[in-house]
Design a protein around this ligand. Structure first.
Ligand code: PMP
Length: 423
């Protein structure tokens, strides 16, 4: 496609500065200049319905987050080794959303840092090194966290202390997803033990987003969690994707499964775009860690990031965004299933709340169809709607809009997908 002059120029500048490793979306990348609610505005003034971005989860540039940040940045912003109020106002409200005994939090700046710290904690406490993750998991970008992110490897594979299991789906485990998943985790732990590697943790994104979105049946994680404990390991729930109300069932994805993790990690939506992440865990685990290390993170939970995050929690509550995610998400999934019945390329619809995955399959063979997925994503972009792809083949539409999405906006998307799939 012929790029507009403005886009072509920015792409050139980007490649010149960033080199080849940086990642950009779309055949014709989007040059965005503003965001409001569920919309992103491009340089030519076109509004795009944003069904992709879960970072601005209470809505792009939500006025309450903007004013909290503005007020705080004009008053005080400093590293985290002095006393100030806002981080504690936030910590207490955040911890109030967690079940006992998860009563402590450490603040970071990203999901990657959170998972990196979680691995350090789990390895120190268990004395193990081995981690089990799903086959197409992504948990972040540090050296240690890249090792537990099989989806990051274009070549080669994670090291021997990282073992993978298929994601929780009928295709791999039949009807007993809970039992099958737990047995796969058990087999991975045994295999690493046979290679002399001691087990430390099962690390899962509780909505299995990069694997292709696997939410059902609720409760399927419980059996694996029990097994992990029996084997002396810890359960780390990566809530970077499902956390902060996205699943429409409470604040945390793990809660849908009736499990209480040993460590919970979070990031992305936490500050609606301000960099803040966190690790929530039990005091006894942190006590062990404190004997060997302290934790200092210069920017983690700084006053401005904390002010943003506090506003986010309050907006989630005051605007009933968890209820909205549930209602609007159910409407979206029901509408997508109707489409699936009419379009052979639209396969299984999975999800919880406003985290939805839709398999795109070849009309003839029923196999995953990455080319058709890419075609649909680009057709939707032409209709000014933004979504993405996930899964091992990039053949699952990934839909995770700001939580303030309306039923009318879902209907607009469904009409556009209906047209795009027919075309
Ligand atoms: N965990 C999961 C499940 C993620 O999706 C991501 C980011 N896509 C991360 C961790 C890493 O977060 P960050 O990019 O903030 O380091």
């Amino acid at each position: 496609a012929q790029l507009s002059r403005d886009v072509a120029e920015l792409v050139t500048r980007r490649q010149r500065s960033f080199g080849q490793a940086s990642v950009l979306f779309y055949e014709e990348p989007l040059h965005v200049v503003a965001g409001i609610g569920t919309e992103l505005i491009t340089i030519d003034g076109t509004p795009y319905l944003d069904l992709y971005n879960n970072v601005p989860s209470v809505g792009h540039c939500h006025p309450r987050v903007v004013s909290a940040v503005r007020a705080q940045v004009g008053r005080l912003n400093i590293h985290s080794r002095y006393l100030f109020d806002v981080v504690h106002d936030y910590a207490e409200q955040l911890l109030a959303t967690f079940p006992a005994p998860l009563t402590n939090v450490l603040f970071t700046c990203t999901g990657s840092e959170s998972n990196d710290l979680a691995l350090r904690l789990a390895r120190l406490v268990t004395g193990g090194l081995g981690v089990v993750v799903t086959k197409t998991a992504y948990h972040g970008n540090t050296t240690a966290v890249t090792e537990v992110s099989p989806s990051s490897y274009k070549k080669g594979a994670p090291p021997a202390h990282v073992r993978t299991v298929p994601p929780p789906h009928r295709a791999y485990y039949g009807d007993d997803i809970a039992g099958g998943f737990a047995r796969a985790v058990g087999a991975a732990i045994t295999a690493m033990a046979n290679d002399g590697i001691r087990f430390a943790a099962l690390l899962v994104d509780s909505i299995f987003s990069s694997d292709g979105v696997f939410a059902d049946p609720p409760g399927f994680l419980a059996e694996a969690a029990a097994l992990v404990r029996a084997k002396g390991g810890l359960l780390i729930a990566d809530e970077v994707q499902p956390g902060f109300g996205r699943t429409g069932a409470g604040h945390w994805g793990f809660a849908r499964h009736g499990v209480v993790p040993d460590i919970v990690t979070m990031g992305k939506p936490m500050g609606n775009g301000m960099p803040i992440g966190g690790v929530v865990t039990r005091p006894d685990l942190l006590a062990d860690f404190a004997e060997s290390f302290g934790y200092f993170n210069t920017f983690g939970g700084n006053p401005v990031a904390s002010a943003a995050a506090l506003a986010v929690l309050n907006v989630i509550k005051d605007e009933d965004l968890i209820g909205n995610a549930n209602r609007v998400g159910n409407h979206m999934m029901a509408s997508l299933r109707d489409l699936s019945a009419r379009h052979p390329a639209i396969g299984e619809v999975r999800g919880a709340g406003l985290y939805v995955g839709v398999d795109i399959v070849n009309r003839g063979t029923g196999r995953p169809d990455p080319a058709e997925t890419t075609r649909l994503i680009n057709r939707l972009r032409e209709r000014h709607i933004l979504i993405g792809a996930a899964g091992p083949f990039g053949a699952t539409l990934k839909i995770r809009p700001p939580l303030c999405l309306s039923v009318g906006e879902v209907d607009r998307f469904i009409d556009a997908l209906d047209d795009s799939a027919a075309a």
